[in-house]
Ligand binder design. Structure first.
Ligand SMILES: *[C@@H]1O[C@H](CO)[C@@H](O)[C@H](O)[C@H]1NC(C)=O
Length: 266
């Protein structure tokens, strides 16, 4: 396993869930892309699950009917494009990541139940043609502080999602809920390309990027085999979709361990 890149991102749900995978392009992901020539062994970070709404700017402004969505995830690999290799494996392309898909139901103006998921590992261990898995029984809602930690070190491959509830920081707190994959995430033999669960179960319709106002990633820590990575040196990428009004996110590094992404229409 030789992870070379890492993306903390706010992809449009389409990136991972609703658009077919071949439609995934760099312009549908936003966040910080950390690249290392060394193996990345872990990444952790927290964020507050945002409140969603229908965009009030851009070509879809105030349009009610339809589903609005996006995903927040932290992982190793899984960032196609950007002129870098994103494999999480010596041979096959792979990804190890965990995230939350968020949906807003514009038909009757309500936030839908978020879907917390993980994916990664050799296909043979997760099962052929299956894709991402939900964390069984993981309860999360807007306002909750969530910590995601993915680890790919030797035979230890893990993706832990913790919910601290509606608080501002994790320090001194134990999570309200902590879930680990129900299925094994494999080992250092290598990771196969895993398709997303929802890509296969949802119709291939693009969705409008929900208004999430702003998401702040905090306490971002990247470890490589030889030491710590520095998120401050990460490449910042943004979602750009002309059909939806142009540049839809404005992300910026904050200090050495933070990342802020605002929802924009520019
Ligand atoms: C998103 O919602 C915030 C808060 O209501 C608002 O200030 C902002 O203009 C909205 N952004 C878009 C793109 O709709």
């Amino acid at each position: 396993m030789k992870p070379t890149t890492l993306l903390l991102s706010l992809p449009l749900t389409s990136a991972s869930a609703i658009l077919p995978r071949q439609s995934a392009s760099p312009s549908i992901q936003a966040g910080a892309l950390f690249t290392s020539s060394d193996q990345i062994t872990s990444i952790t970070g927290t964020f507050k699950v945002p409140h969603l709404s229908i965009p009030i700017a851009g070509p879809h402004a105030n349009r009610k009917s339809g589903i609005y969505a996006f995903s927040i995830w932290i992982g190793i690999g899984g960032a196609p494009g950007y002129g870098v290799t994103t494999t999480c494996s010596g041979s096959a392309p792979g990804v190890l990541r965990a995230g939350i898909d968020l949906f807003y139901n514009g038909f009757d103006d309500r936030t839908m139940v978020p879907f917390a998921w993980y994916e990664g590992g050799p296909r043979s261990e997760i099962g052929p043609g299956t894709g991402a898995f939900g964390y069984a029984g993981f309860n999360v809602e807007s306002g909750d502080l969530v910590r995601i930690t993915v680890t790919a070190e030797g035979s230890s491959v893990d993706a832990v999602m913790e919910n601290f509830g509606p608080v501002e920081a994790t320090s001194g707190r134990t999570p309200v809920q902590r879930e680990r994959p129900t299925y094994g995430l494999g080992n250092n033999v290598g990771m196969g390309q895993i398709e997303d669960h929802m890509t296969e179960t949802e119709p291939s319709y693009p969705v409008v990027l929900s208004n999430f106002t702003q998401v702040d990633f905090k306490d971002l820590t990247v470890k490589t085999r030889s030491g710590n990575g520095n998120v401050a040196g990460a490449k910042i990428v943004n979602i750009v979709l002309p059909d939806q009004g142009g540049k839809l996110t404005d992300c910026a590094a904050v200090g050495t361990d933070g990342l802020t992404c605002r929802r924009t229409v520019e």
